[in-house]
Design a protein around this ligand. Structure first.
Ligand SMILES: [Zn+2]
Length: 342
């Protein structure tokens, strides 16, 4: 009897030990998948390890702007202390793991560079076309030989916009023929718009040339944007006025639109343009993307020739501006895509 009790007692002890062992084991195991899962929310699995190893860096030196972005760039950067971290380190390192939003710039930072007023100065327009792309080039309808210039720009891989002249507050600069004026009948506005859009083909959207007065008028903008929407075009608001109603109306009527963030060459000197390009990078780091507008001017062309080849290494992707449009459908699609990352 005592022997039986002993045996049973022993068996119970063995069971308890075995059970707690399993529990411990499971506990350990459970920690492991958490690592990829928590980072997986922010980026595809391939980058997971990098984020983990980048961690200590972002801890000691706050969101270090460019450096962080370049580290997560798929290019193999050094520092691969890529210890198969997830093994046992996970328990001790666990408190450090929750990724901060700023530490996930594997979301690529996109920049669109738009060259406005193209076509009139053919020589400098040709130089803009020769820059590394894809740029977005906005042609003025009254430029000479506009169709062949557009053709050359498209052949070089750039995106084309129709640059539509709209009335400015100031009359110091001649906006060119058939400018859209604020105090005209909608029928006249549409007729002029039709003239501009009929001068050449190959554009995918429109942005305004000047227009500080015209774009601040909601009724006029509604007439223009409805027509652009009907033609399947998007609208890039150059934002020549802080009062522009462009993007508000575009969103209201449900058409794709975006707004310019930075003007590159209001002061057309090399250093100034470089500074504006840095500002563009900062906007992209803050918002995920940025739209900058420049012109076929010497300073701008020289600065871009220097800046464009260097941006990929800094973690930025140059995109045509059509890829930065806000559109209800696009937003919806993007949300769906995010969901598919568990
Ligand atoms: Zn312009």
């Amino acid at each position: 009897m005592r022997n039986v009790a002993k045996t049973v007692g022993f068996a119970v002890v063995v069971l308890v030990i075995a059970a707690s062992g399993t529990a411990l084991y499971m506990g350990e195991r459970r920690l492991e998948p958490e690592t990829p899962a928590s980072t997986g929310l922010f980026e595809p699995p391939r980058q997971t390890i990098k984020t983990t190893s980048t961690k200590p860096v972002s801890e000691t030196q706050k969101p270090r702007k460019l450096e962080d972005a370049s580290i997560t760039n798929p290019e193999p950067v050094a520092v691969p202390v890529t210890v198969p971290v997830t093994v046992t380190v996970s328990r001790t390192a666990a408190p450090n793991l929750p990724p901060e939003p700023t530490a996930s710039p594997a979301r690529h930072l996109r920049i669109a560079i738009v060259i406005d007023d193209a076509g009139v100065d053919r020589k400098r327009t040709a130089r803009a076309i020769a820059l590394p792309g894809p740029l977005t080039i906005a042609f003025l309808a009254y430029a000479g030989n506009v169709s062949s210039q557009v053709k050359a720009a498209k052949a070089a891989g750039h995106e084309i916009l129709a640059h539509v002249a709209m009335e400015a507050e100031s009359y110091e600069v001649d906006p060119g023929p058939n400018v859209l004026l604020r105090d005209t009948e909608p029928a006249v506005v549409l007729k002029r718009l039709d003239w501009v859009l009929g001068r050449f083909t190959g554009y995918v959207g429109v942005n305004n040339h000047m227009g500080s007065k015209f774009t601040s008028d909601a009724a006029n903008m509604r007439v223009v944007l409805q027509e652009l929407k009907r033609r399947g075009l998007f609208f890039l608001d150059s934002r020549t006025s802080p009062l522009s109603k462009g993007e508000t109306i575009a969103r209201e009527i449900g058409m794709p639109s975006a707004s310019r963030n930075v003007f590159l060459d209001n002061e057309p000197e090399f250093e100034q343009v470089m500074r504006r390009l840095e500002e563009t990078e900062q906007v992209a780091m803050r918002n995920g993307s940025a739209v900058a507008i420049g012109h076929p001017k010497d300073a701008t062309l020289v600065a871009l020739a220097k800046w464009l080849p260097a941006i990929a290494a800094k973690g930025f992707t140059l995109v045509p501006v059509s890829q930065l449009m806000h559109h209800p459908a696009v937003t919806f699609a993007e949300k769906g895509a995010v969901k598919s990352f568990p």
